[in-house]
Design a binder for this molecule. Structure first.
Ligand SMILES: [Zn+2]
Length: 329
């Protein structure tokens, strides 16, 4: 059964798995795992239904039998859900979609995937709208421009201002949820399953996700990605893509980088998790893959470099693995 949200007992509110992870990493060490109950009020009141949070406390991705296990909620077999629970109802809806008479109703809907439940698939990515059209060509403005995502991590209830919509799996404004689906799809599934970004047209996952080196060769809304080296610079982090890009008409390859400042990260609800993740990625024996929904802009000082710019930290995602453990994408 797919459970997209759960009630976090310590935080006293309903969270999705990424918010649970942000709250976990916002704690001082030693960090304590949380207790989760069903997000459905009636189900929770009737059964005190427990839900298990998986891998929300991990920085390096967990691999079992060569399959990466993404952070998620799952049912606790000891406490069954109410028949009227929102997740039971959702599961029933997806079951009826799944080949009612042997024929999948539409592409992506109701079909089965090798490593992903169809109810876990994301079909719409809704990037947060931002008011600023012109963006300065620097690598520093990574904090959201209008302050909508100010510090929102704390277990004292101060996180009530967190404006991010909760992911509901089929549509999300959080890039990492889309990345998780992409990484769990097999290459042939990525060519068949469609994804829409905002009001854009539907493209296959394999077309929507584009290697960074093709940045200047493709048009339209894409999610770019590639392997990166992460280096700590005092409290901040420099991220450099291994692959370079070439602008049309100019032959020289340009280095692609981004610079993440600790202070800017700390203003975001997910910032403490990102700081912990980047620190882990910068350790020897680790490698990281970076995904972004944004643009490349000229470096303020260096001619041979372009800089990744995103409107919100929600449009930036990293996966960190240990060396020798299969590459994503
Ligand atoms: Zn329930």
């Amino acid at each position: 059964m797919h459970i997209a949200r759960a009630y976090c007992v310590e935080a006293g509110k309903v969270v999705d798995i990424y918010q649970a992870r942000a709250l976990f990493f916002a704690q001082e060490e030693p960090r304590r795992r949380f207790q989760f109950l069903c997000s459905d009020d009636a189900c929770r009141a009737a059964n005190a239904t427990r839900v298990t949070g998986v891998n929300y406390d991990k920085l390096v991705e967990d691999e079992r039998d060569r399959v990466v296990v993404k952070p998620h909620f799952r049912m606790n077999p000891e406490t069954p859900h109410n028949p009227g629970c929102e997740w039971v109802a959702r599961d029933r809806r997806f079951e009826t979609l799944e080949c009612p008479d042997g024929i999948p109703p539409r592409h992506g809907e109701g079909r089965r995937f090798r490593r992903l439940k169809s109810s876990d698939l994301v079909d719409v990515f809704l990037p947060a709208q931002t008011a600023t059209a012109a963006v300065p060509a620097t690598s520093t403005r990574l904090a959201p421009p209008n302050g909508r995502d100010r510090e929102a991590t704390g277990l004292d209830g101060s996180n009530a201002r967190n404006p991010r919509r909760l992911s509901n799996a089929t549509r999300t404004d959080f890039l990492e949820a889309v990345v998780s689906a992409y990484e769990l799809l097999e290459p042939e599934e990525r060519r068949e399953v469609m994804l829409r970004i905002g009001r854009g047209s539907r493209l296959s996952y394999s077309k929507t996700f584009c290697r960074i080196e093709h940045y200047f060769a493709v048009g339209g809304k894409r999610i770019f990605h590639g392997g990166v080296r992460v280096q700590a610079h005092g409290p901040n982090f420099a991220v450099r893509f291994f692959d370079h890009v070439v602008k049309a008409g100019s032959g020289s390859p340009l280095e692609v980088s981004l610079y993440l400042k600790r202070d800017a990260l700390l203003t975001h609800w997910n910032g403490r998790f990102l700081l912990a993740l980047l620190a882990e990625a910068s350790k020897p024996g680790h490698y990281a893959h970076c995904y972004f929904y944004g643009r490349l802009v000229n470096h303020a000082k260096l001619d041979n470099r372009v800089v990744v710019e995103v409107d919100s930290l929600e449009h930036l995602a990293f996966t960190v693995r240990k060396r020798g453990v299969g590459s994503p994408g």
